[in-house]
Design a binder for this molecule. Structure first.
Ligand SMILES: *Cc1c(COP(=O)(O)O)cnc(C)c1O
Length: 498
């Protein structure tokens, strides 16, 4: 299967090149030229397999230039039981009839990003071999918190690669910051940027599309790639867990094959929910894809009005991984929904970068709202939702998952829709401990508590176990403390590479 660019249909590369390049040279994103079909029989046979086996099979439908053995190797290593607390890589937790939480955070960094970033380095390493690349591949990452750590953990000490991560200086939780600044590995670097996530992401994109700098680095033996969800190698593995969740529901007798489900996704860069969209287009029986946002509700407005407008106040919320006003992966959705109208997509993206705003045609607006429902909630509602699910089900949801639960409740209230539903749960609650504890017990004064006391308090209050990956941060040395202006990201990168 070939991959074309969202902004230029004549570009055609195989999966290995799409993964190695990360982004197309004219700034577009790689999309598969066709979307493979998933039949009911295939779902039936996938349901008899383990997560790793499901992953290898589903990835094989997209990454056709990788052999079955190569993909099996990648999946077996990435989703090894030692990394994901057992064989049940992405467990489904049923709270009640029809309400299922898909826990995507049992990996090494306690966030759903591990689902893709554990396998991406394997896919990329194979891509380097397949394309005969001699240069060292430099991974540049802009992170709102979770991607950075997950990418560092995935790429640390991977031969032929090195990784530089930028995070917004005040835009990540203390645990997230510690996770990154204590990162081990001989090929890693971490730097804070004075700005928000969009500034960091824009800075990385600028480096990626700076052809002069790229040529210079090339001559020094380096090639750039990306571990952000603009990389197809990030998105493809995310399709797997939606199909896998459907298989699990089937195995547990909670649905019949062919029966539709709703999928609710707490959304930031639109990557996770876009993977669910691919699963639906492939043939996974999906009724509605429900896009949940926090107070940075640019996507809610877009889905409801057809106007994407990033010219608005930016809010720092208790769900920081969703504090995003430029949702890069929406570009891929527009490409597919517009019937692969590359010129149109390019014109929307030009308007976005020049005016911060675009309005899609009536047809596109209608096609989007046929598939997607959108809603948002603020920090107060997020806290109330965490408390409600704790009191009702003894279930501790993190702040991002709580946004999804809240938006789902509003959807059910409005529509009465009883379709069995899967909620994508994107982080371990310990990663956002302070907000979660305050939600469960608003009376507690946490002002004088450090990160590790907070972990203990949450463990006691929530009756849940602290993941060792987080408790062990206490004894780790901080290795990275640089902070740079957003204009100087390229300098930082250059420093790291010299
Ligand atoms: C990254 C992240 C999200 C948003 O996912 P997108 O793919 O960017 O939409 C939501 N929750 C958590 C915890 C995350 O780390």
């Amino acid at each position: 299967m070939k991959y074309q660019s969202t902004r230029n249909n004549t570009i055609s590369v195989d999966a290995a090149n799409a993964i190695k390049n990360g982004i197309s040279s004219e700034g577009g994103l790689y999309v598969p030229c066709e979307i493979p079909a998933l039949s009911a029989e295939m779902i039936e046979s996938l349901s008899k397999l383990s997560y790793k086996e499901r992953a290898a099979k589903i990835l094989g439908m997209y990454l056709t230039d990788y052999s079955a053995d190569e993909l099996k190797f990648c999946a077996d290593n990435a989703y090894h039981a030692s990394k994901f607390a057992g064989e049940n890589t992405a467990p489904l937790c049923s709270l009640e009839d029809g309400l299922n939480i898909l826990e995507l955070w049992h990996g090494p960094t306690c966030a759903f990003k591990d689902m893709a970033l554990q396998i991406l380095p394997y896919l990329l390493k194979k891509a380097i071999e397949k394309t005969g690349e001699d240069n060292k591949v430099v991974i540049l990452v802009a992170t709102s918190g979770d991607t950075g750590k997950a990418a560092l953990e995935g790429f640390k000490d991977v031969d032929g690669t090195c990784i530089q991560v930028f995070y917004p200086v005040d835009g990540v939780s203390k645990i997230q910051k510690l996770q990154m600044t204590t990162q081990s590995g001989n090929n890693v670097s971490v730097c804070a940027v004075k700005g928000n996530f969009d500034d960091a992401q824009t800075g990385v994109k600028k480096i990626f599309t700076n052809n002069e700098y790229k040529a210079e680095l090339n001559s020094r033996g380096y090639t750039f790639s990306s571990a952000n969800s603009i990389n197809w190698g990030r998105l493809a593995p995310q399709i797997v867990y939606y199909i896998s969740a459907y298989c699990d529901l089937l195995c547990e007798g909670k649905i019949k094959n062919g029966e539709k489900i709703n999928i609710v996704v707490p959304t930031g860069n639109f990557g996770n929910i876009l993977a669910a969209y691919y699963a639906k287009v492939m043939g996974l029986p999906v009724n509605k894809l429900i896009c949940a946002s926090n107070q940075n509700n640019v996507l809610t407005d877009f889905i409801n009005t057809g106007v994407y407008d990033r010219n608005r106040q930016f809010f720092t919320t208790v769900s920081p991984s969703m504090d995003i006003l430029i949702s890069s992966n929406l570009e891929r959705l527009l490409h597919h929904i517009s019937g692969r109208n590359d010129a149109l997509v390019a014109s929307y993206m030009k308007e976005l970068s020049e005016n911060g705003k675009y309005t899609v045609s009536e047809e596109i607006k209608k096609a989007v709202s046929d598939i997607f429902v959108a809603g948002c909630c603020d920090d107060t509602e997020t806290a109330k939702t965490i408390a409600k699910y704790f009191n009702k089900y003894s279930y501790v949801a993190d702040t991002h998952t709580a946004v999804a639960l809240n938006v789902y409740e509003k959807y059910v209230e409005e529509t009465g829709d009883k379709t069995p539903t899967v909620i994508a749960s994107t982080a371990n609650p310990f990663k956002f401990n302070k907000a979660v504890i305050s939600a469960i017990d608003p009376e507690l004064n946490l002002d004088d508590k450090d990160e590790f006391e907070l972990l203990d308090i949450l463990a006691k209050k929530g009756n849940i176990e602290i993941p060792v990956q987080l408790s062990e941060l206490k004894s780790k040395e901080v290795r990275f403390s640089s902070v740079c202006d957003k204009e100087n990201m390229i300098k930082e990168t250059d420093k790291f590479l010299s």
